[in-house]
Structures are given as structure tokens and as C-alpha cells.
Write a protein that binds this ligand. Structure first.
Ligand code: ADP
Ligand code: MG
Length: 345
């Protein structure tokens, strides 16, 4: 029933059980007559039907019907635009240090992915983290955002030592994207974006299960639409996220991070897979976020992009910090030229 109707929606359960019950009855009374012998032949038919469904419509009949009818839009969409905006957090002053990483190391068995890394990020500043593949940049992001715990050293966020719990850090104002995009492909772009905002509305599990939270849902969808507008994805809001190009999925992750109302944004290679004009749009967006007082830490390989965007750059190599400075200082730094810019770019 679940395979034929589609698991995960009430409509799927009704369609699936309806089809199976009715077909079962019809097949049981007609198949023996057609074939001229007794037996549970309907089981064979259902087996074939289930296999055909998994091949042709793996999500079941119901999701396909919903797509056909153009009803993929959440119900709360209709009043989302008029819904109140969710509460915003108190933001740090521009120039305030909101992230301090002190002597952080991370070992994976014998590999030292990060060794004695220290850096600060300030509100209203864009800090770029560059370095060859395997230098430990993504690992550092994981340590900062609580996806991994450092083997030694500390991370302070907004004056407090990190809990190293992603959810708590997100609620405190840290947003991030991933080098390997993490979205829910079968959900729409707007729903994926709204996930980022979910901690800003407080709905109990029971209220949500009974659908008593429509007002909150509308508020979150409204916020998601505003953030999609900001990053330029509003036209794709009702598409499934999995149908987007990789570059657009990266931008979707930024919109999702922005929906949590962050004051620190960690972006892991957001411009990878973007076309020239899309990169320009991203650069403009990041400069605007900076002007609004957000701290942005960005990992990026495109040197033109980084040099025109960042206020400060930290260079990593073999898990260690090789250099730190303004784009001009980094471009002139002999160790950096030797290790990275000269060879790779
Ligand atoms: P970058 O993002 O700079 O390319 P990473 O942080 O992804 O570098 O990786 C740094 C090093 O740590 C690499 O040698 C990588 O193989 C290793 N590494 C990263 N994550 C893990 C893990 N979960 N387990 C084992 N090794 C890891
Ligand atoms: Mg990486």
C-alpha cells in the first residue's frame, strides 16, 4: 500500500490502501475464472505492480498526482506573505569580535587535520580562509560549528565558550553551508529554506502533529520567501530542491543559513559551480551582509573573487596556519606565494 500510494503523506495512504483493497477484491473474484484454476494469483499481480512502481514512480502515486496538479506549494504559502516576520536577535556591534578560535587542533587517528589554529572574526567583516585541498579548512568549520569537537584548544562564540552542539550554536546566531551540499532533495526550495528558520518559532511536537501551528508555519515560509528573494532564487521557490543546478543548491544553502537570522555566517566554497554573473551577485550579497554587520567567514578557491571580497585572509596548509593579513599583504607574502599562489593559481 505504501509503495503504491506513497509513504509520508495521508493522501498516499488513502490512495494506496484504496487501490490495494479494491484491486484485491476484484482480482480474487475474477482471476481464477480468467485462468481457469484456483489459487492466490493476486499476490503475483501485486508483486509485479510493486516492482513496476519502484521502477517507474518510486515515490508512489500520490506525490506524482500532487506534482501534476501543481499543488506542491505548502498551504501556508497563501498567507505567508502577510504573516508577521519572526523575531530577530540582538546583533553585536560592528567591529566586535564574535568568534575566537584559540590553539585548536583536531586529529583523525594519525592525521592532524588542524594543528594549533587561532583566528578571530569580527562583526561587519569578511574573513577568507584559503589553502590547498586537504589543508583542513572544512575541518575547522566543523569544529567552529560543533559538527566535530576539537581534540584540544577552544572556540568562543559571542563571548562564551562553544557548547560544540550545532543546534545550540545555530540558536545563538551561527549559520553555515557545506562544501558537499546538504539539502532535502525531494522537498521544495522554499521548504528547505524554511528549515533554517524553524528554531525561530516555538511550536510543540503535539501542536505541529495536529496542524495547530499554521500561523507559525506561515511566518517561517514568509521568512524563507524573503531570504530567497534576497539571494535571487525566488523564481524557483516551488521547485524541488533536487532539481536545481549544483550552484543554485549552494545559494539555497545560503538562504537557509540566512533564515536562522545569523550574526556569523560560515560559507564553505559557496562560489564553486557558480557562473561569472552568479559569482558577482554572490559577492554583492556578501558585501551587503557585511554592511549590515554580519561576520562572514568564507572558504574559496577563486583568488579574484577572494581578493576583491575579503577584508582579511587566513592561509592554511597541512592543517596549520601559514599566514594571516589583508589581501595585499597575503599576495606579497613570500611563504604564501611559494606554497600556494605560485603553484596552484
Ligand atoms: P579542506 O577543506 O581544506 O580541503 P579538510 O578539512 O576537508 O580539508 O581535510 C583535512 C584533512 O583531514 C584531510 O587530509 C582529510 O582527509 C582529513 N579528514 C577530514 N575529515 C576527516 C574525517 N572525518 N576522518 C578522517 N580524516 C578526515
Ligand atoms: Mg573543504
Amino acid at each position: 500500500m505504501a509503495v503504491i500510494g506513497g509513504a509520508g503523506a495521508i493522501g498516499g495512504a488513502l490512495v494506496g490502501s484504496g487501490i490495494v483493497v479494491l484491486a484485491n477484491q476484484w482480482l480474487q473474484s475474477n482471476l481464477p475464472a480468467l485462468l481457469g484454476m484456483q489459487g492466490d494469483f493476486e499476490i503475483i499481480i501485486f508483486g509485479i505492480a510493486a516492482m513496476a512502481m519502484l521502477q517507474l514512480l518510486p515515490r508512489g502515486i500520490w506525490p506524482a498526482l500532487v506534482d501534476l496538479a501543481g499543488m506542491r506549494i505548502p498551504k501556508s504559502w497563501h498567507f505567508a506573505k502577510d504573516a508577521a516576520a519572526p523575531p530577530v536577535r540582538e546583533k553585536p556591534q560592528p567591529g566586535e569580535t564574535i568568534l575566537s578560535v584559540r590553539s585548536v587542533s583536531k586529529k583523525f587517528g594519525a592525521i592532524a587535520a588542524n594543528r594549533d589554529i587561532s583566528l578571530d572574526a569580527k562583526a561587519g567583516e569578511i574573513l577568507a580562509l584559503i589553502g590547498p585541498n586537504g589543508a583542513g579548512k572544512s575541518t575547522l568549520f566543523d569544529l567552529i560549528s560543533g559538527v566535530q569537537r576539537p581534540s584540544s584548544g577552544t572556540v568562543h562564540f559571542r563571548g562564551q565558550e562553544s557548547s560544540y552542539f550545532p543546534r545550540t550554536l545555530s540558536q545563538a546566531g551561527m549559520g553555515r553551508t557545506f562544501q558537499h551540499v546538504r539539502i532535502i532533495p525531494e522537498m521544495t526550495v522554499v521548504e528547505n529554506t524554511a528549515i533554517g528558520a524553524h528554531a525561530r518559532a516555538h511550536t510543540s511536537f503535539i501542536a505541529a502533529a495536529l496542524r495547530l501551528d499554521r500561523r507559525n508555519e506561515a511566518m517561517l515560509i514568509g521568512e524563507a520567501l524573503r531570504q530567497l528573494d534576497r539571494v535571487g532564487l525566488q523564481a524557483l521557490a516551488t521547485q524541488t530542491a533536487g532539481s536545481l543546478a549544483l550552484g543554485q543548491q549552494r545559494v539555497l544553502e545560503i538562504a537557509r543559513a540566512l533564515s536562522s537570522d545569523p550574526c556569523l555566517l560560515l560559507l564553505d566554497e559557496p562560489a564553486a559551480g557558480l557562473r561569472h554573473l552568479e559569482k558577482q551577485a554572490l559577492s554583492k550579497l556578501l558585501k551587503q551582509l557585511k554592511a549590515e554587520g554580519m561576520a562572514v567567514v568564507i572558504v574559496e578557491h577563486d583568488m579574484d573573487f577572494v581578493m576583491n571580497l575579503a577584508d582579511r585572509i587566513v592561509v592554511m596548509q597541512f592543517g596549520e596556519k601559514l599566514a594571516e593579513g589583508t589581501p595585499c599583504e597575503i599576495q606579497r607574502n613570500p611563504a604564501v606565494i611559494e606554497a600556494y599562489l605560485g603553484g596552484a593559481e
